[in-house]
Design a protein around this ligand. Structure first.
Ligand code: DGJ
Length: 751
């Protein structure tokens, strides 16, 4: 709900549990008043404090004791009397850069409008959200900023964005236009970021906020493996389940900045948006620039509270389409099984084995097109290689379908290899700067998606393949970052628009293809999780979480990813040992339990499994199918963090609390170790739950307060579970022994 108090000129944005207040001062400046737990009031005038400073803080409008720099700003400009980090920075035709934006008008409407050309959260009916648009004007230059706030009551979140409208007769150069700015009147916070690298994505880092600037950003042309477009400021005493958390998440897949600043009076500022680094935009007279959407979330219930808000909103009002609410198929992907070395015979053998395990989807990965027998050529030439797939794609797809499996196909549509027919025909279609080397990565260049004709080619080439056979799933890969960013089609003054124009082109491609093929399940990938961001989730409802398939590494990656992203968005596979990324040998059971933290699948040569492993795989698939609705669409709880700890635990609880899965992992065996206990969360404390493996019944209160005993086998050997009717048969033994152990419990409410 959005309220406006005419007398005090105060906006009060209310969600189910939160309040966000701002006010128009008499001078027209828009100041921020409050964000946090719900308030009743719509007048916080006393929060706008005025006082004198000894020196160095300029008077706003030359009024004594009126200092913008000492007040919380809603969307600060630069060069006037707030000298902190701005949200917007412009260069006007006369070369000046001072801005002064003041309130002109506002509207409050039901629902939420779309963001032109950009992914964004949405409503299914107008009563799900209200939208406030506040127009600010720099009168001297006749340039407007429209700040937009869509308040999702039930989801407890606010989606923000900003657009610049050039009403002047001159071109304005945009140098910085962030999507959200939030000022706090103290700096007692820790900062949480999700950082890492290829094969080590989204590790949780928590550090105290300090004076000056601290930021995470991407300059890589993608949201990246290194940083995620997310940041949270949390009170130092905030935990998983308690305390104040203030978070921002950007619905964008390119270069971004998530920034904090603590000023000399210990006020802090939190910002997120397109990275101003290497970005400018020529906004001609009459034109509008739309910044991406930022979703801001306050939780008074710790990090779990924050994650649940993001997971629910992104799962239901960012992801779209046919697959949004559908359980996702168990898949087998041939990448780590064969790499480039396959033909249709090998593929069919793996598919056959998969069908016997109850697997539902076969995914043919890289290497099926052009002359691609390794990674040195053919990206861009999306024509099936009949020397490998004898008889063609349709025949293979039909045969796999006849085994009872859906068929999926890998693409990397944004790329071109210098050795390819596409590059021969169009050498200027890649991102490049005339006269400079075109640096390859994985022996490929990036197509210039800022150009319409290049996007049109990509749409047509992919659509042709998708229409040629019964393809029901696409893995959309992207395996390098941008260098020498330039476009042959843009004039010199617009070269620094290329990276953002690329994203707009990419979003158009994804929009057109997902609209044209609404029943295809699209999974995005960028060398694993190099573009695991809300922007891509809008088009593709699942992402390959990481190229690192090692179960122990995955604990940290999946745990970190769950901070923002729904379980149903994460692709997680069982792969071979020694693991191909870290050469670790983990038990098959542990790999299975770990991969059951999202969309479950396999990525190894199933024909090479031992008889015991085959039995285990069958049990895993059967068990996962039994519980996948709960895993994919239940509430995810982080129970024990793998960061800096030998143990890790998480759980999934059905929305109606009727059922739960608890998973526990021990990295290294310890001699003479202590008892281990896992404390469940989120259950119905008054209900009874049956352990489906043992038949034992416990109170929900017991499972949460007394805890669940982790069975460690110290001296005896764990016994494998047996029996055809026992779903656990082969999947887990009755106790954990040795390194890299895991255990899983399934509880169901009983009367
Ligand atoms: C990187 C992906 O993350 C892998 O899963 C695989 O698809 C390869 N690319 C194929 O080149």
């Amino acid at each position: 709900m959005i309220l406006f108090n005419e007398q005090t000129k105060t906006f009060h944005l209310k969600t189910a549990k939160t309040s966000y207040l701002m006010k128009v001062l008499e001078s027209g400046h828009l100041v921020h008043l409050y964000w946090g737990k719900a308030l009743h009031t719509d007048n916080l005038d006393y929060a706008v404090r005025r006082r004198d400073f000894f020196s160095f803080v300029a008077n706003t409008d030359n009024v004594q004791e009126f200092h913008l720099e000492a007040l919380c700003q809603e969307y600060p400009g630069y060069g006037s009397t707030d000298l902190r980090s701005p949200a917007v920075e412009l260069e006007y035709a006369d070369g000046s850069s001072a801005t002064d934006f003041r309130y002109v008008s506002h509207t409050i409407t039901a629902g939420k409008p779309k963001l032109a050309g950009l992914p964004a959260t949405y409503v299914e009916s107008d009563d799900e959200a209200q939208t406030l648009e506040i127009t600010l004007l720099d009168k001297v230059k006749n340039v407007e900023i429209v700040l937009s706030y869509s308040v999702f009551d039930a989801y407890d979140a606010i989606a923000r964005s900003a657009k610049i409208v050039n009403k002047s007769a001159d071109t304005v150069k945009i140098q910085r236009v962030l999507s959200a700015n939030i000022d706090f009147k103290d700096s007692k916070f820790d900062m949480i970021q999700l950082s890492g690298s290829w094969a080590r994505e989204r590790h949780i880092i928590r550090t105290p906020l300090r004076n000056g600037g601290q930021c995470v950003e991407s300059r890589r042309g993608a949201s990246s493996h290194a940083q995620n477009p997310f940041m949270a400021l949390v009170r130092p005493d905030a935990t998983e389940n308690t305390g104040d958390v203030y978070a921002v998440s950007l619905v964008y897949s390119g270069n971004f900045l998530a920034n904090t600043e603590v000023d000399m009076y210990s006020n802090s500022r939190l910002q997120i948006g397109i990275n101003p680094f290497d970005f400018t935009w020529q906004l001609k007279a009459g034109e509008t620039f739309q910044a991406p959407e930022a979703v801001i979330v306050y939780s008074g219930e710790g990090l779990t509270g924050m994650s649940h808000i993001y997971q629910n909103l992104y799962g239901k009002r960012l992801m779209r389409g046919y697959w949004r609410d559908k359980v996702r198929p168990v898949l087998i992907n041939n990448w780590e099984a064969t790499y480039f070395d396959f033909d249709e015979v090998k593929i069919k053998a793996i598919a056959k084995q998969a069908s016997e395990f109850g697997i539902e989807l076969f995914v043919l990965d890289d290497g099926w097109f052009g002359e691609r027998n390794n990674d040195d050529r053919s990206l861009g030439d999306w024509i099936v290689n009949e020397n490998k797939i004898h008889g063609g794609l349709k025949k293979l797809v039909d045969e796999v379908n006849a085994m009872g499996l859906k068929f999926g196909l890998w693409f990397e549509p944004e790329m071109v290899c210098p050795i390819s027919k596409l590059y021969e025909a169009h050498p200027d279609w890649c991102l490049h700067i005339e006269g400079r080397i075109r640096s390859t990565a994985r022996r490929q260049l990036i197509l210039d998606l800022s150009r319409k004709e290049v996007c049109d080619y990509v749409i047509e080439a992919v659509a042709n393949v998708l229409s040629s056979a019964n393809i029901e799933y696409v893995k959309w890969d992207m395996n390098r970052n941008m260098t020498e960013i330039g476009s042959a089609a843009l004039p010199p003054e617009q070269q620094r628009e290329t990276a953002h124009r690329y994203m707009l082109g990419l979003y158009r491609i994804m929009d057109e293809l997902t609209t044209k093929f609404p029943h295809i399940l699209f999974e995005s990938c960028s060398g694993g999780g190099g573009r695991f961001d809300p922007g891509i989730l809008y088009y593709m409802p699942q992402t390959w979480t990481s190229d690192d398939t090692d179960a122990m590494e995955r604990l940290a990656i999946q745990y970190g990813t769950s901070m923002v992203y729904p379980t149903v968005s994460m692709g997680c596979h069982v792969s071979a040992v020694p693991n191909h990324q870290v050469h670790r040998n983990t038990p098959f059971a542990t790999r299975g339990i770990c991969a059951m933290c999202g969309n479950f699948g396999y990525e190894l040569d199933l024909t090479k499994l031992t008889e015991t492993e085959k039995q285990q795989a069958k049990s895993q698939v059967a068990f996962y199918k039994e519980v996948r609705e709960l895993i994919q669409f239940g509430d995810f709880y982080r129970l024990q963090s793998p960061f800096g700890s030998n143990e890790c635990a998480w759980s999934f609880v059905a929305k109606d609390k009727s059922e739960a899965i608890v998973s526990f992992f021990r990295k290294m065996a310890e001699p003479n170790c202590a008892f281990a206990t896992v404390y469940a969360t989120g259950l119905d404390k008054d209900a009874k739950y049956k352990d489906m493996r043992t038949g034992e019944v416990y109170g929900g209160d017991e499972l949460m307060q007394v805890g669940i005993n982790v069975p460690y086998a110290i001296t005896s050997s764990p016994k494998p579970m047996e029996g055809e009717s026992n779903m656990y048969a082969g999947m887990i033994a009755d106790a954990i022994q040795g390194d890299y152990g895991a255990f899983i419990w399934h509880f169901k409410k009983v009367d």
